[in-house]
Structures are given as C-alpha cells and as structure tokens.
Ligand binder design. Structure first.
Ligand code: AMP
Ligand code: GLY
Length: 425
C-alpha cells in the first residue's frame, strides 16, 4: 500500500513510525511532515487544508490510503473530497467532524443519545448568557462553540471570571468560534482520555491515556497542547471503560448513523470520572497529541491494519493485541511556550539516542537546517518510552530526555505523578 499521512507534529511522527513497521506499507509520504519524520519517510510540502490539492497530490503519487492526523483538514472536509475522488481515508466527514468543531453540536448529540455529560445551555448574545451565569453561580465553564486551538474553554472559579469570559467571547477574542457560547455545569472528578476506532457502526477501543495540559509542574500555569502523557490511564478501569463504551460512545455512533452522518475514524472521548461513573467532557475527532505517541508505542504496526479496517467498514473482524505494558511521553518545549518563543535553536545529542520499539524521540516541531536539527515550534520533541510499569516507562523516557542537549528547551519533571502516586499508595 502507498500511504499518505496528513500533518506534521509529534502525533504524525508516531503514526508514521507505527505504519512504517507494517509490511503492508510499501511507500509512506507525510505532508508536510517535519525533520524527524523525514528520517523515516518522504515528506512533501502541501496545503493540507486544500481538498483539491490533496486529491491531486494523492492521484499523482498513486496513494492507496490516506490517514488524516489533525482536526483542521477534517473540519474543512478534506476527507470528503478524498473519498469522493475514490480514495480510502481514515478520518471522519466534515459533518461528523462537528463532534469536535462545534461544542453545541456535541451537546445536542449527547442529549439525543442519552449520553451522560454536563448540563448546558447555549447563547448567541452576551446579556442572556450573563443572566444565566448569575442564576447558576460559579464554578462554571464557558466555552466558545467553534474550534479555538484548545483555548476557547474557560473553567471559571468565580462568577466574575465567567462574566468576563462571556464578554471576551462575544467581543471577538476567539473570532467566529466565539459567535456562539456554550455554558456548562462544572464537573468534578479525574479526567482521562478514551480512544475508540469507529467504522460508522462498530466501535473498537484501542487504549486509554492521560495528559498534562498545564505548562507547569504540579499541573499549574497556563494551558498548553499537552506537556506529556501516559497510557494506560489507571483511573479508566476496564469496568469504567466498558461503561463509557456502552453509555457514551456507542449511543453517539448510533445517533450519528441515524442522522445519515456515520462516524468513521478515531473518536477521542475526554471523560470526567467520579465515583466510578464516566461523563463526557468533549469529543475530538483525531488522536490526541501527545496521547497518540504513547498509544502508538504500545500498539505498534498493527495500527495500520486497524485504521484501514475502520476506513473500509471491516472493524467487526478486527482484533487488538494489547501490549500489557505502560508508555510515557515527555514533551520538550521551547522556552516561553505557550507564550512567545524563539525558533531556530539547535538541538544536539539526538543521534546518540538508541531508538527501538521501546524508546523513540518523536519530533513535534523541528526542522533541518544544513544538517542540524533546530526547533521550529512551541512543542518540539516528544520523548517516549515503554516499560513493564509506569515507573519504568518514566525512567526510560526521562533517561533519554537527559541525553538531549538543548539549553533553550524545557520540560516538566513530573509527568505521570498522579498515576505514580496511585501505584505507590
Ligand atoms: P475541552 O476543550 O472541552 O476539553 O475543555 C478543556 C478542558 O477544560 C478539559 O480538558 C477540562 O479540563 C476542562 N473542562 C471542560 N469542560 C468542563 C466541565 N464541564 N467541567 C469541568 N471541567 C471542564
Ligand atoms: N493533548 C490534547 C489534545 O490533543 O487535544
């Protein structure tokens, strides 16, 4: 099979790494890719939001299967364009991608499907939204309806913060994404992510993970795309995962199919778990980044067969072979991230790191500058390792972090702290 992966972050490096190990992969192109991906596959510069250009590229390169990494091309309908042109594609249609692209759509689907989630209301003007906030009180959650690069959610501890968030959103801080606002009940509990492959009908769980969104140790400071992750998530026990599948994911798939917009791809359910019961926080229509890195490390080459089966509606025949182990990824980011940061600093020591099926340094934001690897993004490396226990995975991952010579970078030293404490306790 000739395979095209769209995207160029740590998630796509991990996908490329897993796909390349599968003997069914004859040729792999990643667009746009990055310096790490270029070491294992061909990279191509391509506007991945332009469906016409992607179709043309796939035709010119005799591509058999396309895997869409990020949400933006999905929300732009690139998977539809490819399927219309006859390509096999892993990733939902534009209509089904609304499960991530619109918070209100997701809440409506949950209500129709009877899936447990936070109570909610929607507004398209500030005054009624504020009246509702005053009635409900804090803590409360204010969300811009549309895609806002993970920044459109304000968990307000006080009423004033919530009122201010409403003003900001209707004041245009998040552009068109904030033209409509969803206000939600604040849910208490522990968050975990549940990843399920879907072929429109059948749901196949492929793993659980937890990430650390805050930039600072102890989960403090501003939100980021994720500073590290580990899999499995101990809080998401088999029993709770089975409930999440029966009460949330399967009813969602049935509702999407009933509307004539079946969901195909990976459904990433962000769950809040309390007293053994899961409730939906949000859906994403793609793998998490950096959660994908730990999942790929544990699943390996079989993930290509699974994604292809999902794309072709054959998931009922598919089986997952679980590695009964743990994986952790530690993100190394450029100083200043998630605020302003500099690009172009050199990263040394990468060549000295042995990489195998237990240890990989996935590149998130790197570029090749005359044979030197330089930082080209906020999140730059995703240093990933497996182990028999989470503690061992952490030791392996941090061991490699220590081998990387990059003075302009930083990382959190406490990835996995909650799960590690649980193990000790
Ligand atoms: P989202 O983009 O919807 O995942 O929201 C970002 C983060 O905000 C989530 O990962 C949660 O930590 C938090 N969050 C969102 N909605 C709620 C809620 N209803 N209750 C508590 N926390 C929430
Ligand atoms: N790490 C969170 C996300 O990918 O949305």
């Amino acid at each position: 099979m000739n395979i095209l992966i769209l995207g160029g972050g740590g998630r796509e490096h991990a996908l490329a790494w897993a796909v390349m190990q599968n003997p069914k992969c004859d040729k792999l192109i990643v667009a746009p890719g990055n310096a790490g991906i270029a070491m294992i596959a061909e990279c191509a510069s391509l506007d991945i939001l332009d469906g016409g250009a992607v179709v043309q590229f796939a035709e010119a390169n005799a591509i058999d299967f396309v895997i869409v990494g990020p949400e933006a091309p999905l929300a732009a309908g690139v998977a539809d364009d490819l399927r219309d042109a006859g390509f096999s594609v892993f990733g939902p249609s534009k209509e089904a991608a609304r499960l991530e692209a619109s918070k209100r759509f997701t809440k409506e689907i949950c209500d129709a499907a009877g899936a447990p989630t936070a109570a909610w209301a929607r507004f398209d003007a500030a005054e009624p939204a504020k009246a509702y906030l005053r009635e409900q009180g804090a803590p409360i959650v204010v969300k811009a309806d549309g895609l806002a690069a993970g920044k459109g959610v304000i968990v307000a501890e006080t009423l004033d913060q919530a009122l201010e968030a409403v003003d900001d959103m209707f004041g245009g801080e998040f552009g068109a994404a904030g033209a409509e606002v969803v206000i939600e009940e604040f849910m208490e509990g522990e968050e975990a992510s549940f990843f399920v492959l879907c072929d429109g009908e059948v749901a196949l769980p492929i793993g659980t993970a937890q990430d650390h969104k805050r930039v600072g140790e102890g989960d403090t400071g501003p939100n980021t795309g994720g500073m590290g992750a580990y899999s499995p998530a101990p809080v998401l026990t088999d029993e709770i995962a089975a409930r999440a599948l029966d009460e949330i994911v399967r009813p969602t798939l049935r509702e999407m199919a009933a509307r004539g917009t079946p969901y195909q791809g990976v459904l990433y359910a962000g769950l809040m778990i309390r007293d053994g019961a899961p409730r939906l926080v949000e859906y994403n229509v793609r793998f998490g980044d950096p959660e994908c890195q730990v999942l790929m490390m544990r699943l390996g080459a079989q993930v290509l067969d699974l994604m292809h089966a999902a794309a072709e509606g054959r998931l009922d025949e598919a089986r997952v072979n679980w590695a009964d182990d743990h994986a952790m990824t530690v993100v190394m980011a450029a100083e200043g991230y998630p605020g302003a940061y500099e690009k172009g600093s050199e990263i040394r020591g990468l060549c000295d790191i042995a990489e195998d099926s237990f240890r990989m340094v996935f590149h998130a934001g790197t570029a090749d500058s005359d044979g030197r690897i330089v930082a080209s993004g906020g999140r730059v490396l995703s240093v990933t390792a497996r182990g028999a226990t989470l503690a061992e995975a952490a030791e392996n991952a941090y061991g490699n972090v220590a081998r990387i010579d990059w003075p302009q970078g930083f990382f959190r030293r406490d990835i996995g702290w909650r799960a590690l404490e649980r193990d000790e306790g």
